[in-house]
Design a protein around this ligand. Structure first.
Ligand SMILES: Cc1ncc(COP(=O)(O)O)c(C=O)c1O
Length: 482
């Protein structure tokens, strides 16, 4: 009988895979010997394998280039990176090696764009697409970028006031896009997304606020489907509705020449992941072309804003199983030396699934377990709810440490988890390692951040502040109190 963990994985999945291999009972990810990494830096640790960012950008660019050629599509394709999925400089530095553009979502994002411009990584030719609900600081920052000559900045109008707010601060003429508020999937709690302007209101909005406005040119129509780009009736239906708005607008707005289909490319969340990216891109280009032909308008340039797809598959987390608690005859809890809630918050918040594999002991027999985090919160666990199937791991043995890895965790987990900030139950953020390849293709590692220390957390909590009285007396308030 095949009872080893390696047999289980081989029988359940098509294994090994491009990025996962096993050598002498230990897992390698993109040829990184994960046990060696763990021995060098210690667990828990998080890592970013930077080359995967460029790999994915190049893959997507190729799918679009192939589809554009096949359909003799006359528009251009522009890959934008959605910075909110990971704002780290090392991520942007890697992504920007690939002639891409940027999508921003808030005021401080523009400060990042300006920093990258100072370093020559972004130029005035780089499209900066600014999404999000725009309030004073964001408007001011976008205006500053445009006033300083960034001709390819395109703020995407999200509500009816933004054109006025931007016009007050931008010196000359400027380009805008409009975001369509998509209809949510039927099972959602509400019908229409709060982001953007409803389908029916787009053409009237254009006529009343843009058509006769000498300062503003409409360049882009933007739409983003919350549930992502999927081959289902809902997605294709929403795309067609959006294309109808595009063609109606195009007939009355000659400056409109771009369609932004947002983010939402899925990433590999299991070893059984199966998504035909090439087919989806091909069909999207085909649908856009057909609709434009039917309506007799020129096809648009296409923009995407992939966040997860750009950076998700570069990240991973490794934990040590500290101890096993058998709470009844069926439930064995493998306790990890960190917290799921704080280090992989999407597992807790939206039941998100990541690839989970043992890092070592693949030649050992396995058992069914639940995985528990270190906080005292009963929701700090990872189990079959997220994982779909039961979790099997090499059998716990207190004399043979077990390390487990979560993969493709590179998007959103640091920002949502508040990297370097306060943590639930004060369980510190793990150290973070950057992995790259040098000019000869050799792997390099670099410590990006140490594991949080007690004083880091205590400082945030106010214990680091000197004990001097800095209170300001509110004079008028105390005078009025009789
Ligand atoms: C406007 C917009 N564009 C792009 C993205 C990126 O989505 P994803 O990370 O699924 O590619 C988001 C994510 O929320 C978004 O709101």
């Amino acid at each position: 009988m095949n009872t080893k963990y390696i047999d289980l994985i081989n029988q359940t999945f098509d294994f090994p895979q491009d990025e996962f291999k096993v050598d002498k009972g230990q897992l390698h990810f993109h040829d990184i010997d994960l046990m060696q990494l763990t021995e060098q830096y210690g667990a828990p640790l998080k890592f970013t394998y930077l080359p995967q960012i460029s790999n994915n950008i190049m893959r997507a660019k190729k799918w679009f280039a192939d589809a554009i050629e096949k359909h003799d599509y006359k528009g251009k394709y522009n890959y934008c990176y959605c910075t909110k999925s990971s704002h780290f400089k090392h991520v942007l530095n890697e992504a920007l090696k690939n002639e891409i553009h940027i999508e921003t979502s808030s005021a401080f994002d523009i400060d990042i764009v300006e920093r990258l411009k100072e370093e020559g990584k972004i130029t005035n030719d780089t499209f900066v697409i600014s999404n999000g609900f725009k309030r004073a600081q964001y408007v001011t920052n976008i205006a500053r970028l445009i006033n300083n000559g960034h001709k390819n900045a395109i703020p995407i109008i999200d509500n009816y006031e933004e054109i006025d707010l931007l016009s007050q601060e931008i010196d000359g003429k400027f380009n805008v896009g409009i975001r369509i508020a998509s209809e949510e999937e039927p099972k959602f709690e509400f019908y229409t997304s709060r982001l953007g302007i409803g389908y029916k209101n787009i053409v009237p909005f254009y006529k009343s606020q843009i058509a006769n406005n000498k300062k503003v040119e409409l360049k882009m129509l933007h739409f983003f489907i919350n549930t992502g780009i999927r081959d289902n009736a809902y997605y294709w239906n929403e795309l067609l509705k959006c294309l109808k708005v595009y063609t109606s607008l195009k007939k009355i707005c000659p400056t409109l020449d771009s369609l932004n289909i947002g983010g939402g490319f899925p990433i590999k969340s299991s070893l059984a992941f199966d998504f035909d990216y090439e087919y989806m891109v091909d069909e999207i280009i085909n649908q856009i072309k057909l609709t434009c032909e039917e309506e007799g308008v020129d096809v648009p340039n296409i923009f995407t804003e992939f966040g997860s797809f750009t950076v998700g598959e570069s990240g991973g987390a490794i934990y040590e199983v500290l101890y096993q608690k058998q709470q009844n005859d069926r439930e064995k809890w493998n306790m990890i030396n960190s917290s799921f809630i704080t280090t992989l918050p999407d597992t807790w918040a939206i039941n998100k699934r990541f690839i989970l594999l043992a890092v070592n002991r693949w030649q050992d027999s396995y058992e069914r377990v639940l995985l528990g985090g270190l906080t005292c919160d009963s929701d700090d666990y990872y189990n079959s709810e997220q994982h779909m199937n039961a979790i099997y791991m090499p059998k716990y043995n207190k004399d043979k440490p077990l390390y487990i890895g979560f993969f493709n965790t590179g998007a959103y987990q640091e920002t949502i988890g508040g990297f370097g900030g306060l943590q639930h139950c004060l369980i510190p953020s793990p150290k973070h390692i950057l992995i790259d390849r040098d000019a000869d293709g050799n792997l390099t590692t670099q410590l990006f951040a140490e594991q949080q220390k007690s004083e880091d957390l205590l400082n945030i909590l106010g214990y680091g502040i000197e004990n001097k009285d800095t209170r300001i007396k509110i004079a008028s308030l105390s005078e009025n109190v009789t």
